[in-house]
Design a protein around this ligand. Structure first.
Ligand code: NAD
Ligand code: UGA
Length: 458
């Protein structure tokens, strides 16, 4: 049977994989192919053990794979045979040259554009799925239209808003789908093709269309607003610790104002993840590029507070544990940047591990999904690190626990058993405020939450 539509996605990562799996799941009459330059990743997508952990993803992939969902390394064939092409390659922060440490590194993006150009003989719709600086679509268009073959390309912006750990739910029931297109008849026609795909499962009033530049900028700004909320509450948490106010009470009182809303107000050890920092730096770079230095400074403050929060966490540990961590054993509960993912990109746990190792502490790291990535992140500096899957085994003989990821598992452990297995006096630094602090204090722990008074036996 000829498929109704043939879709290609270049980039089989945290976005490309789940997004295409959900399209294939929702549209069984479409043929969806995902390609990547990384053969190991493609092998994993074709195996029983997918390259990423995402609740609800396994059954969707397994049902669609081989039916209308295919994973391959043959990028050229993919480009030739598909006329709708999503591009979801990585766009990390540049680490060299002009804009180093701030601007987006667009080398993977540009390479993809040139590959598309080289292997296309028929008209294509190119959809930016990656998060890109404003006006990137224009650069893509310039590369694609300098072709002697006279092939027509229409470039759309369709940024992704999924969060890791809830990707499948976010894709199935998105708050909104955003599509940016040129306001020309051709742009509108391309836009309609993409709207058509999403209307299979997303209510039409949740599909927003706008011009390309607004779409690109909206993605950066959405992440900046989300990260700003975390930095705002974290900045207040520092003040709570000085004044004996309680950040949970403050967040509740503030969040009950309908204009503010109660989500994304959990004080923490700091935000992580592959995008918040990268996208804000990108926004800062754009502001500076256009001479908007005050706006740039404003957004840069979000990152500064986040760095400060991570530093504060380590400083509080040092201070509480009699100003020396040398030769003390610290057990880290969680290494992922958030719960329900094995992803550790920009995880606060990386920064905190490095700082604790500099203080000559020994670390035992436990995490239900992120230990393989933790080993990679600490490669070369982990002589004093052990990786232990079972939390009870991990805490034995340690002086302190630092909760760095809000895995549900850590709420339900037997903390009396844990206390008995630790060196006394035992400390808990709850970097996610997920534990029952009074109960821990009753057991005998010295408890240091974020943004609340410490409960100590001294
Ligand atoms: P990722 O690193 O997990 O995946 C990117 C994939 O692209 C990699 O597998 C890489 O091998 C592949 N790739 C790079 N160059 C290629 C090329 N020339 N040809 C074929 N494949 C190539 O990244 P990700 O987390 O999926 O993010 C992708 C984009 O989506 C980024 O721009 C990111 O900002 C954005 N985004 C990410 C998330 C998230 O939760 N991770 C959410 C929304 C948006
Ligand atoms: C975030 C956005 O939520 C997505 O909409 C966006 O698509 C994505 O970035 C992206 O562009 O990559 P993600 O980073 O996967 O998604 O996860 P979040 O739930 O946003 O959490 C980010 C970080 O903030 C985590 O470290 C989390 O623990 C922290 N956080 C979040 C807090 O510390 N407190 C909160 O209240 C919320």
């Amino acid at each position: 049977m000829t498929p109704e539509k043939k879709i290609l996605c270049i980039g089989a990562g945290y976005v490309g994989g789940p997004t295409m799996a959900v399209i294939a799941h929702k549209c069984p009459d479409y043929q969806v192919t995902v390609v990547d330059i990384n053969p190991e990743r493609i092998d994993q997508w074709n195996s029983d053990s997918l390259p990423i952990f995402e609740p609800g993803l396994d059954p969707i992939v397994k049902r669609a794979r081989g039916r209308n969902l295919f994973f391959s390394t043959d990028i050229e064939k993919g480009i030739r045979e598909n006329d709708i092409i999503f591009v979801s390659v990585n766009t990390p922060t540049k680490t060299f040259g002009v804009g180093s440490g701030m601007a987006a590194d667009l080398q993977y993006w540009e390479k993809t554009a040139r590959q598309i150009l080289e292997h296309s003989d028929a008209p294509k719709i190119i959809i930016e799925k990656s998060t890109l600086p404003v006006k990137t679509a224009q650069a893509m268009e310039r590369i694609l239209t300098t072709n002697h073959k006279k092939v027509r390309f229409d470039v759309l912006s369709n940024p992704e808003f999924l969060a890791e750990g809830t990707a499948v739910r976010d894709l199935e029931k998105p708050d909104r789908v955003l599509i940016g297109a040129h306001r020309t008849p051709e742009g509108k026609k391309a836009q309609d093709v993409l709207v058509d795909i999403y209307t299979r499962w997303v209510p039409r009033d949740r599909i927003l269309t706008c011009d390309i530049w607004s779409s690109e900028l909206s993605k950066l700004v959405s992440n900046a607003f989300l990260a700003q909320r975390v930095s705002s509450i974290n900045a207040v948490s520092a003040l709570c610790e000085k004044t004996d106010a309680d950040i949970t009470q403050v967040a509740r009182a503030v969040g009950m104002d309908g204009r503010i809303g109660n989500r994304f107000l959990n004080a923490s050890v700091g935000f992580g993840g592959s995008c918040f920092q990268k996208d804000i730096l990108n926004l800062v770079y754009l502001c500076r590029h256009y001479g908007l230095h005050e706006a740039a400074d404003y957004w840069e403050g979000v990152i500064r507070i986040n760095d400060h929060q991570k530093n504060r966490f380590v400083f509080n540990m040092l201070n509480a544990m009699f100003n020396t961590l040398a030769n003390k054993k610290i057990c880290m509960f969680g290494f992922a940047f958030k719960a329900d993912t094995g992803d550790t990109r920009e995880s606060p746990a990386i920064f905190i591990s490095k700082k604790l190792l500099e203080e000559k502490a020994a670390l035992v790291i436990t995490d239900p999904k992120a230990l393989p990535n933790a080993r990679i992140d600490l490669r070369g500096i982990d002589q004093n690190v052990r990786y232990v899957e079972d939390p009870y085994e991990a805490v034995a003989g340690t002086h302190a626990i630092a909760v760095l990821t809000e895995w549900g598992l850590y709420r339900t452990l037997d903390y009396q058993k844990i206390f008995d297995a630790m060196v006394q006096p035992a400390f808990i630094f709850d970097g996610r405020n997920i534990l029952d602090h009074n109960a821990l204090f009753e057991i005998g722990f010295n408890v240091y939450p974020i943004g609340k008074p410490a409960l100590t036996h001294f």
